[in-house]
Design a protein around this ligand. Structure first.
Ligand code: NAD
Length: 503
């Protein structure tokens, strides 16, 4: 029996009416807990939808139902799971336009970006389906004597809890759901209250092709997460979010001795080498750094450039940033929407004020698409700080917003040292006309990925890049075929006397 049929997974609402979505527990919708209004960050008076604040009771039920079906789900063949992942991908594609519109309205990112993100979710499901073949096969080691073997099996954990943030919520959810399900786990998903609707719909669509209970959704905040951590039936957690929250999650998981996979913040350096084509470099950096108003974990967060080319690059960056059109996420001419929430808005405004207060030039750039809408939303113009110092707050901390520092360097050794002088190690990039020289620098950078002459976008296909962070940017890996391994554990059988055919 499947959980929801497709029609009920994504209900129609009349224009202007909020979409009300309960938790998804045991394949059924459950509207318990205090309602949470999800407002459009570009229009404070628009309630996009309503979800409910779940806690221990909702988590208990979701986990109970997930645990009930976990063994049967784990026993399905990889080929069957592959088929279902592809079905889920097709369903996501079929609903991509509606999901994108909903997600853009609640998240604030420009519609074109969210539409691309929705397409990437289907790609992620298919990439994991492609990667399944052969990945879960047993390894068999012959002990040399008749009937003596060791068989190393890969088994799912059972029930896993997945916790996602609001900034790119659809793809971050797909990057957990697809590998966790492929590995044979049941999943209880906890979206962020700052963007829960698109994620809940995505999960409901996926759930609608699976047996009831295999995918559950409990909305809410810290209480729901605490309940997931404390529940012994939840065997592993996968968390994406900020370092401060991760410390709370990890401390609680330590008490429960529960394994946790963490995808955290980054402070990604872009190192521009002396021979770089600066116009193309500026195009690439702006496309990355201001995507989603800078609210992307692995976007360019700081730029290093030889001092003698700093002014030239700053001008080229300024020109491009000034072309960004800031306004309503659904306006097709808009390239940068509002910030997602009040805390983000205030944080970036205050950071910009402190940076200017410390004597730095802060260039406020960009075009205002619809000035009358600004008092109604968390709109900020994009900013460039053309001459920052390596120990400025804006350079040292993850800004996670539309303000970008440029730092001059004397030689490449200094640039690499500065790039690595951070507790983070998520992504990075090197920009040069000589890809060999860039690759040489890349080899010295401490991060999960270094892009050459791009940042964020992999022309070769992001599906192959294990995504994760060094140092305080994470523990474990997501995406790519390796992402499946995060949701598997070994079980070995010391098969003395067992017939070879069983091994
Ligand atoms: P956040 O840490 O505030 O929230 C993440 C999740 O944790 C949400 O579901 C939230 O509801 C939950 N949460 C919040 N407070 C909690 C608490 N006290 N106890 C338990 N759970 C709690 O992060 P955010 O603001 O949603 O996202 C922004 C951060 O996430 C940035 O630092 C960004 O770099 C990082 N991020 C990392 C990646 C990655 O893959 N490495 C991707 C996107 C975002």
């Amino acid at each position: 029996m499947s959980a929801l049929d497709t029609a009920s997974a994504f209900p129609e609402v009349r224009p202007g009416e909020p979409l009300t979505l309960g938790h998804l527990v045991g394949g059924a919708e459950r509207r318990t807990g205090t309602p949470i209004e999800v407002r459009n960050p570009g229009r404070h008076d628009e309630i996009v939808g309503i979800v409910f604040e779940g806690g221990a009771a909702e988590v208990d039920e979701a986990v109970r139902d997930a645990a009930d079906v976990a063994d049967a789900w784990a026993a399905t063949s990889p080929a069957e799971r592959e088929r279902l992942l592809r079905e889920a991908a097709d369903l996501i594609d079929a609903h991509a336009d509606r999901i994108a519109e909903l997600a853009a309205r609640e998240n604030g990112s420009a519609l074109s970006i969210v539409r691309a993100e929705t397409g990437a979710c289907a790609i992620s499901f298919r990439a994991i389906a492609d990667a399944l073949a052969g990945r879960l096969e047993d390894e068999v080691y012959d002990g040399g004597e008749r009937g003596v073997y060791v068989r190393v099996e890969r088994r799912p954990y059972g029930v896993v809890g997945c916790i996602v943030p609001w900034n790119a919520p659809l793809i971050l959810t797909a990057n957990k759901l697809a590998p966790a399900l492929a590995a044979g786990n049941a999943v209880v998903l906890k979206p962020s209250p700052n963007a829960p609707l698109g994620v809940t719909i995505l999960a409901r669509l996926v759930a609608s092709v699976l047996p009831a209970g295999v995918v559950a959704v409990v909305n809410g905040g810290a209480d729901a997460v605490s309940a997931l951590i404390d529940d012994p039936r939840v065997r592993k957690l996968s968390f994406t979010g900020g370092g401060a929250t991760a410390r709370i999650v990890l401390a609680r998981a330590a008490a429960a001795l529960k394994p946790v996979h963490l995808e955290l913040g980054g402070n990604d350096p872009a190192i521009v080498l002396a021979d770089a084509d600066l116009a193309a470099t500026a195009d690439g950096i702006v496309a990355s750094a201001f995507r989603r108003a800078g609210q992307v974990c692995f976007a360019v967060k700081r730029v290093y450039v030889p001092r003698e080319r700093q002014a030239e690059l700053a001008e080229l960056l300024s020109e491009r940033i000034d072309r960004l059109r800031v306004g309503d996420a659904l306006d097709p001419t808009v390239t940068m929407g509002p910030l997602n929430n009040a805390m983000q808005y205030r944080r970036i405004e205050e950071l910009a004020e402190r940076t200017a207060g410390a004597g730095r030039e802060v260039r406020e750039l960009g075009q205002v698409a619809s000035p009358e809408a600004w008092p109604q939303g968390y709109f900020l113009r994009p900013r460039l700080v053309p001459d920052a110092a390596s120990d400025d707050e804006l350079v040292v901390e993850e800004q996670f917003g539309p303000i970008l520092p440029v730092v001059g360097y004397a030689d490449e050794a200094e640039a690499v040292a500065q790039a690595n002088a951070t507790p983070y190690g998520l992504a990075s990039s090197v920009w040069s006309s000589d890809p060999e020289a860039a690759a040489h620098i890349a080899g010295r950078i401490e991060a999960g990925v270094t892009f050459i002459n791009s940042h964020l976008f992999s022309p070769a296909g992001s599906r192959w890049i294990p995504f994760g962070g060094w140092k305080q940017s994470g523990m474990g890996w997501e995406g790519s075929p390796h992402g499946i391994d995060e949701y598997l554990q070994f079980h070995s059988v010391d098969a003395q006397g067992l017939a070879r055919s069983r091994a």
